[in-house]
Design a protein around this ligand. Structure first.
Ligand code: NAD
Ligand code: TYD
Length: 350
């Protein structure tokens, strides 16, 4: 019997991790701790919200008093830490929010774990979810391995790099049992439509311009979010204390090629003449400090723990488009902001 706190469980990846753990481990108690920022949405979890092994606690990981109370009340055995400010463009506008949640919030959780788990570090685990963006950018060749030196460029990746260093420091200094994984760009259902794939699907659907930064030459390595949740499950249960794993889909796409593929898929699904959606592509000013290319070498994860991606990108993208077309209400709610008002009112007094 394990009691696991999953932070950021109302977000995109967190909701898939919560769902997987709630469904696959009926003996565990899963506590989803989330502040419900603009990116947190409990509608991502309606299918499991009544399960007896699931609970939601609204709170801010920057708030030390809240974290201390949470540990006192819940006495968790493990934390899977996903809560973060996650969007690079927002980090360029408001870097301090990223320092607060991603760095200070992580250190608050590490401190609580260090205090509360004293004498039983071998029976507890702090699993930190991070990004490949900490490694910086690649040229035309090469891949990020677990040995690649950190070289973050955006305020987002700088904050995640800092949190990664703190996690390793708590392992090395205090002996806390930590594991860390750095993954590539995720895609799939419940992805907030500010990130490239859901934003493009939504705009194409509504015949709005699809903004492509610069010339669309940047390359991302796309990972199916449910494959990521499965990797997190394997790493959580099997990785040695102090270890790090890279997780990636081995699936590099130039942004412009990806957008063109999405346009072609949506032309078919929306019964538009071939080429109609591609006319929405609009080249806009490039992102400041825009990393050219990310690519993950996930050989260590394959060799040590047997994880490989489960589906191809074409399959995953088709499923993703189908999900967004079938879930108009979800999309309408998150773009209108109604969901936030509703859930904040519902949970304000808990
Ligand atoms: P997301 O933005 O969809 O969700 C983040 C969640 O964290 C939201 O539910 C939000 O309400 C919550 N949160 C934010 N600040 C909080 C705070 N102060 N206290 C408590 N909760 C707070 O993010 P995501 O895309 O699901 O990413 C999850 C994790 O995975 C992050 O740590 C991110 O850095 C990492 N990651 C994401 C990707 C990706 O492609 N999305 C890739 C690599 C790594
Ligand atoms: P994004 O989904 O924001 O993820 P990240 O910046 O963490 O990789 O962006 C993915 C790629 O798409 C990145 O190269 C920036 C680019 N992009 C656009 O061209 N247009 C957009 O509207 C967005 C949001 C991103």
């Amino acid at each position: 019997m394990q009691k696991i706190i999953i932070t950021g469980g109302a977000g995109f990846i967190g909701s898939h991790v919560v769902r997987r753990f709630v469904k696959n481990y009926p003996d565990y108690t899963i506590i989803n701790v989330d502040k419900l920022t603009y990116a947190g949405n409990l509608a991502n979890l309606t299918d499991i919200e009544d399960e007896p092994n699931y609970r939601f606690v609204k709170g801010d990981i920057v708030d030390i008093a809240f974290i201390n109370q949470l540990f006192a009340d819940e006495q968790p055995d493990a934390i899977i830490h996903l809560a973060a400010e996650s969007h690079v463009d927002r980090s360029i506008v408001s870097p301090l929010e990223f320092v607060m949640t991603n760095v200070v919030g992580t250190v608050n959780l590490l401190n609580a774990a260090r205090e509360n788990w004293k004498g039983r570090y071998d029976q507890t685990r702090f699993y930190h979810i991070s990004t490949d963006e900490v490694y910086g950018t690649l040229g035309d060749t090469g891949m990020f391995t677990e040995e690649t030196a950190y070289d973050p460029h955006s305020p987002y990746s700088a904050s995640k790099a800092s949190s990664d260093h703190f996690v390793r420091a708590y392992q090395d200094t205090y002996g806390l049992n930590t594991v860390l994984s750095n993954c590539s760009n995720n895609y799939g259902s419940y992805h907030f439509p500010e990130k490239l794939i859901p934003l493009a699907i939504n705009n194409i659907k509504q015949s709005k311009p699809v903004p492509v930064y610069g010339k669309g030459e940047n390359i991302r390595d796309w990972l199916w979010v449910e494959d990521h949740a499965r990797a997190i499950d394997v790493i959580f249960h099997k990785a040695k204390a102090g270890s790090t794993y890279n997780i990636g889909g081995h699936n590099e796409w130039k942004n412009i090629d990806l957008i063109n593929l999405l346009c072609a898929i949506l032309d078919k699904k929306l019964n538009r003449p071939a080429g109609e959606s591609a006319r929405l592509i609009t080249f806009v000013t490039d992102r400041a400090g825009h990393d050219l290319r990310y690519a993950i070498d996930a050989t260590k994860l394959k060799n040590d723990l047997g994880w490989v991606p489960g589906i191809t990108f074409e399959e995953g993208l088709e499923k993703t488009v189908d999900w967004y077309l079938a879930n108009e209400e979800w999309l309408e709610n998150v773009t209108s902001g109604h969901y936030q008002q509703y859930y904040n009112e519902q949970y304000a007094n808990r």
